[in-house]
Design a protein around this ligand. Sequence first.
Ligand code: PMP
Length: 355
Amino acid sequence: MSITSLMPAYLQNLQPYESPSENAPEGMIWLNTNEYPTATKYELRFETLNRYPEVQPLAFRKRYAKYAGVNAEEVLMTRGADEAIELLIRTFCATLSDAVLYALPTYSMYGISAQTCGVDIQTVAPARDLKLNIDGLCRALRSEDRVKVVFLCNPNNPTGELLSRTSILKVLQAARDTIVVVDEAYIEFCPQASCADLIAQYPNLVIVRTLSKAFALAGLRCGVILAQKEVIGALRKVLAPYPVPEPVGAIALKALSDGGVAAMRQRVQLVIQTRRLLQTELQKLAGVRTVYPSETNFVLFSVDNPEAVYQTLWKKGVAIREPGSDKGVLRVSVGTIEECQTFIEKLRQVLKEVK
Ligand code: PMP
């Protein structure tokens, strides 16, 4: 008996997720997954772990609601934004008939999660300079009635592009019977661009957030969904019974305290300063073609031979990301200043070696 043959056909050829860090040599500089480069200490005591945790911790939802400018009943906690993405697809798309839609290039998990749910994927090719083709996306929305969820990543991963409010409103107006998900994983780096204030007006708007980036808590696995309470109610029908482990709820609550939010804002300032330095240094390197503008904690740049540059940098102890597009681009996360300087130095050597 083949175990694989017991799986639905649409799952049999998927590859399990493997982190590049799994078999990596010691001492690597990790600039590949857009994490914050240093950790905050949390000291906690747990005396009630014999009990199941609160299903949706109210104290956290109240704090997050205040932080995001919505009501507590419009907040749902998930195991990372990745679970939020999958949950949205599972809740609103029927297996083997419905589709999700997104413009390229963007975050890969929209497609991967759709595949694991047996949901079709419709994509729109990039506009000039790898920009998201919003007009194309709106046309696709008007002509495709199988699309139940459309994803917009703002600012976008891997390009760092920030969409205008007009673009988001255009998509909302084109999406009559479709859930519009705006993934704001990196919004803390450009908070003025959030569209959380549009939730009151648009019953089909869903915002995805995470504590993995500016809150420096990627290891916590804490994501947040913001939407009107009817959407939250629908998602709760599908969400696992106790999705927020007690320690996660407790640390997340501290991260959203006044002091936690102030520390996050300081981190953001530091990341932005370091990013500017990184962009300036990248622009100076012979062999780097385009350095894309970014409103995030990462920078996209193009080189002639991205695969070889990526591999050679890895051998020199620096991990960056090859986002896979035909434009010859690589993505580097903003690390500490020292990490960024080492990266620039090694990239300078690599560009000479792999000409
Ligand atoms: N959305 C985007 C755009 C991301 O880049 C990421 C993580 N790289 C996520 C969602 C997932 O975040 P989390 O760690 O909360 O699962």
